[in-house]
Design a protein around this ligand. Structure first.
Ligand code: PEP
Ligand code: MN
Length: 335
């Protein structure tokens, strides 16, 4: 159950609510986000909802059966729109293409990518500066100086950025230079990081865990929401299965299922999803056809020379052709 509380609730009304809940032996978790004030309750047995609904100070009471509460479709009318600023939005009919290298490598690389994005009307650039790598001896990103350079060059060109955060203690230093925080597959269940990102007022894209279920992804989002941040984007990026012919199994079934279960926007990362350059464009179009709210894709001027994930990175010409096809496909889907 989700109790939506009035913005201007006074302490007397709040005490009345708390005593009504304790009389009914209902445990409740207060949640305060950028958009509202709620009490999440997990009652153990049925009770008359009017006992709560009639209290002053209450806006609405929603019965939300099932495991997920705040991220559930069951209480929220309509889909969530994430506003990135400067008229860039994701979700609820707004589609976002997010493209860029796996890793930020140099100023020149940022500049040539920005030109490619602008040519294709893309307004969000991806790029990692803190890279989770399987081997500790691999390139692990340019770090904070790379982030500042990435942010500056993009913002001078009207482009927003999305970049991966690896740990809680990076939040403070990254905060001024990030438009969307990305939580990678390896950190999808780093609950301390998720909770800490619940305290910030910036959009967070959460990737599905390497072996994560759809429900686990929703719980990850619930951690962020419960701590106060409603600006969450879900990302399908492929899961590890018994199949070895490609890097991951891109689970496109997840898109309609997530969109049915949750009001949050759902984007797809076809690059990590299949991990093979020659098939990334096909899988992007397949993802768009599912009705997802955006794409996160790896591109590079010289894809073979990309510092990380070269095998799944596409070149600028291919990306331009793909962008045109994505736009044409979306026009067909909307007609
Ligand atoms: C990435 O986006 O480059 C990345 C490391 O992704 P994932 O967390 O999905 O592996
Ligand atoms: Mn990558």
């Amino acid at each position: 159950m989700i109790i939506q509380i009035k913005e201007d609730i006074n302490s007397k009304e709040l005490n009345e609510l708390n005593s009504a809940l304790s009389e009914l032996k209902i445990e409740s978790y207060p949640v305060k986000t950028q958009k509202g004030h709620y009490h999440i309750c997990t009652p153990k047995s049925e009770f008359d909802i009017r006992n709560i609904g009639q209290l002053t100070g209450i806006l609405d009471v929603h019965r939300v059966s099932g495991k997920h509460k705040m991220v559930s479709q069951k209480w929220k009318v309509g889909q969530t729109t994430i506003d990135i600023g400067d008229n860039i939005k994701i979700g609820n009919g707004h589609f976002a293409m997010m493209a860029g290298p796996c890793s930020i490598e140099s100023e020149e690389q940022i500049e040539n990518t920005v030109q490619c994005l602008k040519k294709n009307g893309v307004r969000i650039m991806r790029g990692g500066v803190y890279k989770p790598r399987t081997s500790p001896y691999s390139f692990r990103g340019l770090g904070h100086s790379g982030l500042k350079m990435f942010y500056k060059t993009c913002h001078e060109n009207g482009i927003k950025i999305i970049t991966e955060i690896m740990e809680e203690k990076q939040i403070e230093s990254m905060m001024p230079y990030v438009d969307i925080f990305q939580v990678g597959a390896r950190n999808a269940q780093n609950f301390n990081l998720l909770e800490a990102l619940g305290d910030v007022d910036k959009p967070v894209l959460v990737k599905r865990g390497i072996s994560g279920s759809i429900d686990e992804l929703l719980y990850s989002a619930e951690y962020i929401f419960k701590n106060g941040n409603e600006k969450i984007i879900l990302c399908e990026r492929g899961i590890r299965t018994f199949e070895t012919s490609y890097r991951n199994t891109l689970d496109l079934n997840a898109v309609p299922i997530l969109k049915k279960k949750s009001h949050l926007p759902v984007v797809v990362d076809p690059s990590h999803g299949i991990g093979i350059r020659e098939h990334v464009s096909q899988m992007t179009l397949a993802a768009v056809a599912t009705g997802c709210d955006g794409i996160l894709i790896e591109i590079h001027k010289k894809p073979n020379e990309a510092a990380t994930d070269a095998q799944q990175t596409i070149g600028f010409d291919e990306f331009s052709k793909l962008s045109n096809k994505v736009n044409a496909l979306r026009a067909v889907l909307e007609s």
